[in-house]
Write a protein that binds this ligand. Structure first.
Ligand SMILES: Cc1cc2nc3c(=O)[nH]c(=O)nc-3n(C[C@H](O)[C@H](O)[C@H](O)COP(=O)(O)O)c2cc1C
Length: 198
């Protein structure tokens, strides 16, 4: 019997999507060019208009630019070594966090991290629209960042974002240099989209 093989991954965009989705990627090379205050406001405005469960908007952001070296260092200090290696060039670091409980009744908000993900996605696409690169990092020491930034127990840091204008792969040392231009791969829709019972 002939077996049918399904190609589970591909590195091409197979159906039309808008430009920012095509162009966004998690680069590691940054130019030293600062990100202006107005541009930073646009990024958080995009996050602000993300959907959230009960419209709770459980996200919170704490950012530092390289012009605020002490604060920037407090965020940078919490990153895992592998991330420090390249994120040291990012002119803007952002800690994204959630408010753990609902404001309305102080009960745990099971959707908080989900909603933060949506807000970070909105922020990332707005950044792409403005010619910026966003690289999200789960690789940081949670306890250290809580201590360094006095984050209260009501909030939990989830992902740190390195943001800046894209540089060139040549700036990076290996293995990051090669990774920067490697084809990006995604599961094809056959793998995760259903139109029948599971
Ligand atoms: C929640 C989350 C955590 C991540 N943590 C890291 C990280 O610690 N270090 C890193 O280099 N990339 C990290 N990434 C980036 C992913 O590796 C990247 O999004 C993925 O490989 C897909 O590549 P693309 O964003 O270029 O499409 C993270 C992304 C997300 C969404």
């Amino acid at each position: 019997m002939e077996t049918q093989t399904i190609e589970l991954k591909s590195n091409t965009i197979e159906h039309p999507v808008f430009a920012e989705i095509r162009e966004r990627k998690s680069r590691r090379a940054y130019l030293p060019t600062p990100v202006s205050g107005e541009t930073i406001k646009s990024l958080f405005e995009a996050a602000r208009w993300a959907p959230s469960s009960s419209n709770e908007q459980p996200w919170a952001y704490l950012y530092a630019t390289k012009d605020q070296p002490e604060l920037w260092e407090k965020i940078f200090d919490s990153l895992m070594e592998g991330n420090k290696f390249w994120a040291r060039e990012a002119p803007l670091l952002v800690v994204s966090m959630v408010r753990k409980n609902f404001l309305k009744n102080d009960k745990p908000n099971g959707s908080a991290r989900f909603d933060l993900g949506a807000a970070n996605a909105f922020l990332s696409l707005q950044a792409t629209h403005l010619g910026l690169n966003v690289h999200q990092m789960g690789g940081f020491e949670k306890e250290k960042i809580i201590r360094n930034l006095n984050i209260p127990d009501t909030h939990e840091p989830v992902v740190v974002l390195a943001i800046g204008y894209p540089g060139t792969p040549e700036q990076l040392a290996e293995p990051f240099k090669t990774r920067e231009t490697a084809p990006r791969e995604r599961f094809t829709q056959e793998f995760f989209v259903m139109n029948n019972t599971f």
